[in-house]
Design a protein around this ligand. Structure first.
Ligand code: ADP
Ligand code: MG
Length: 246
């Protein structure tokens, strides 16, 4: 089915790093409210794809539309995209010398123009949502990895993004903290957030994904409903990959 309201649309996107062809004619659409999981071996271009959508990297050819904005060289577009796209990385990337509350209020104050009180009220709302309101006055270094990643999610939500991009958000966490972050992500999914998520947490993928995309060597090899993908992957490379991660 063709999504009626694509929040993200890539058409035949290519990206090179020097001579290395990192993305090969990748096309995909994410409709409003959809949850798409991207998986694939290390080096297959998953992060590059996410980074092109958020315009951390610039693609060479093809078209990327985010919330109706076409990603070009124009810096105005980049600012618009950053406001609409929430991003959570493997490393939490919190500002170490700011409190949790300050980490969550800086972007809304700067780029949404919120006043201090309003930004703090919003931050406390999302910190409560990720179940760490009591940590607001602390510094990132005083929190566990799982708590820091939940702050990173709250910080992204404070911008009230149209879509959330996740790049292996649990890969750097100790095993006992993975669940608390995945639980937060499941809640977001259930509330209807549009999500594009690189992860090898296949239980999570089965639970929330509308579609799973399998990438290998810069190509989108497969795109399927999770049930079909996990029980009957079409390509030998996907079968091999699933044997390794499940
Ligand atoms: P994945 O996230 O699937 O592991 P990446 O998108 O990070 O893969 O990387 C895809 C390929 O592009 C890898 O072979 C990687 O070494 C290469 N690559 C990624 N970033 C750069 C860069 N900044 N410069 C050169 N090569 C890069
Ligand atoms: Mg990666």
């Amino acid at each position: 089915p063709v999504p009626t309201d694509p929040v993200i649309r890539l058409t035949e996107v290519n990206k090179h790093y020097g001579n290395f062809h990192a993305l090969r004619d990748v096309s995909l659409e994410v409709a409003k409210g959809e949850k798409i999981i991207i998986c694939g071996p290390s080096g297959s271009g998953k992060s590059t794809l996410i980074r092109c959508i958020n315009r951390i990297e610039r693609h060479d050819s093809g078209e990327i539309l985010v919330d109706g904005h076409r990603l070009t060289g124009d810096t105005k577009d980049v600012a618009a995209i950053r406001r609409e796209v929430g991003m959570v990385f493997q490393s939490f990337n919190l500002f170490p010398h700011m409190t949790i509350l300050e980490n969550c209020t800086i972007a809304p104050r700067k780029s949404r123009g919120l006043g201090k009180a309003e930004a703090e009220e919003r931050a406390m709302h999302y910190l409560t949502k990720v179940r760490i309101p009591d940590q607001a006055g602390k510094y990132p270094g005083q929190l566990s990895g799982g708590q820091q990643q939940r702050v990173a999610i709250a910080r992204a939500l404070c911008m009230q993004p149209r879509v959330m991009l996740f790049d292996e958000p649990t890969s750097a966490l100790d095993p006992e903290m993975v669940k608390e972050v995945l639980d937060t992500m499941v809640e977001l999914a259930e509330e209807g957030m549009t999500m594009l998520c690189v992860t090898h947490e296949m239980g999570f993928a089965r639970q929330v994904a509308d579609r799973v995309i399998f990438m290998d060597r810069g190509e989108k090899i497969e795109e399927a409903a999770p049930g079909a993908f996990f029980t009957n992957p079409q390509s030998p490379r996907a079968r091999e990959f699933l044997q390794q991660v499940i």
